[in-house]
Design a protein around this ligand. Sequence first.
Ligand code: BGC
Length: 725
Amino acid sequence: MTLDEKVGQLVQYSAGQPTGPGTGRTDYEDMIAHGQIGSLLNVIDTPLINKYQHIAVDKSRLHIPILFGLDVIHGYRTEFPYPLAMASTWDPTLIERASRVAAIEASAIGIRWTFSPMVDIARDARWGRIQEGAGEDPYLGSLMAAAYVRGYQGSRLDAPDTMAACAKHYVGYGAAEGGRDYNSTEISEHTLREFYLPPFHAAVSAGTATLMSAFNSLNGVPSSANPFTLTQVLRKEWGFQGFVVSDWTSVGELIPHGIATDSATAARKGFLAGVDMDMASSFYHDNMAQLVHSGAVPEARINESVRNILRVKFALGLFDHPYADEGRAKHVNFLPESLQLEQTIAERSLVLLKNAPAANGTSLLPISKEVKSVALIGPLGDNPSDPDGLRPADFPKSGAPTFPSELAKRLGEGNVFRAKGGSINESSDQEIAAAVEAAKRADLAILTLGEPQEMSGEATSRTNLGLPGRQQELLEAVAATGKPVVLIVFSGRPLTIPWAAKQIPAILAAWSPGTEAGPALARTLFGEVNPSGKLVLSWPRSVGQEPLYYNALNTGRPAARYDLTQPPTDTDSKYVSRYIDELNTPQFPFGFGLSYTTYSYSPTTINKNQLSAKDLNRTLKANDKAVLTVEATVSNTGSRAGDETVQLYVGLRGTSTAQPVRALKGFQKIALAPGETKKVTFSLDADALAIWNDHNEFAAEPSKVSVWISPDSTSGSDAKLEILP
Ligand code: BGC
């Protein structure tokens, strides 16, 4: 390969709808013919993909195929719930199956690389991209990361229906200060190692072909020019063999970041730090050959990156099968089994936040036979999930029934009174009055409020996490009629709904349930399925609590033993880590979710009261399994069958670095018939008890350990053991 041909492999442009500030480049055909482009993104038209591919394969000197990439984030044609919602199923096998469907549908049009999964740990609901990840926990996030990779990449990457995965955004993007997208992050190595890096490591261990370097600066060094994370951790420690693509123009953004004042320096810094491919900024194309000629970049390094990229192209079988089969797309979209899977995931992602007895003493959900009519009120009730995904594109519709039509199917056409009550951001007095009138005529009001899709995702940070526009007023006006109210919250993030949490008897977090939203919601409301989703993020009471996450450190002045509902009464209760105007606790904690039945948990038991740090560390190194068995029994104490996610948390005290009050280290989903009891057994590996210590090593240390088996991150009783030296 000539140097120019090598540099060509390091270059990617958008040849479709830009997903960031554009370069304005359009000379792709000529560049491809000259071997100057290794990859294109955002082309979603199969004839155009094949046209570009023919130019690459037939006209360029070395016939190297183009790799086509796209943000296929929660399905392609069959749209699954947001990743945040899918994680709320706590079921990696479902995520793997959904990603498989996404890969089958997208690869059929010629997309062999998805910029997914987003595995950023996110603790701040102001950040709009919280919607694209698996929430605040590294253990759950790691399982989800690996599941996406397995699903996209299949069992053989060279099968024509796979896509190379791309774990993003490496690293720390989710910790944007103030929740403001693209903002800087400061993350200590300890916090990076224990919280932010594990999901990326899991994706690498699962074989992800690529990673994307992030926009944000990390401890003063932009993530797209960060040798510590990109080379030391990723290549040297984890042995990553694939390639790293920059995020959109993030190499170009090294100039506004302030670590380069010209494009050649930006290209050099990004590349030498470990970014193999430059997405959209054109800086590699413009400068790399000259950087090699001047000796600033060794050609050997270029060779390495080209190998990394070509290895992925070979692994995908692109050299043998470069073209998309134009007929295949017609046969793989919206397959009945894909829609069925979508519906199952949608149903299991719904989180029942509240179902308190209403005025008549019984819970409103599931909707009883006595309810003969409903008022469907709110701007999001018709089609809460336009199949747009995160990126508006011209997607065909699936033909799935809408939520109102599903209600009408169950109650009769004339018994569903629709009143939008305005739009997301605006409502007139008349619209609110019409909604109130609709509620008065009905037995039950269902309010569908929250955020539409475009209010979460990239570049959608908010400073206010309440219901947008006049939706809160609408809710209060309808509730004031005295009619029973069920609130369905659609959102891509936790919202602050303190009034509703107190006043509204039944609340369901619905996220954006995807293609089969209508049936999934109706079946849940009418009790044809029992909700089983659990939160993967803490829902705050007030935006001022953010960032809010369950696995926080204890602080030196924990407030736990004081009644924070009261103002401080003495110096002991004043000088603790608390607010003077809000509780510390979330409105709804991580791991929480109700169902139409109830469960009781026995105390947690363990098979050992002592372990030795020395033995644990030996086990860690040898990669041996199971050092501790933890058990509890869980009973279904209600009258319906249900699926419960039983969670296991660990807390360590006496270690060299302060550890979270609790950290998730395991979970199991169990099905329980009414009255049934099951014993749930967890085998813990040594790494569940190891930490990133003050010697910058991952190791077990002498400590006092609490282990909880519980239904969420705040309840349950712990069993105790000691780790001796
Ligand atoms: C986003 C990435 C995405 C890329 C390509 C960027 O703006 O941050 O997540 O993959 O655009 O669309």
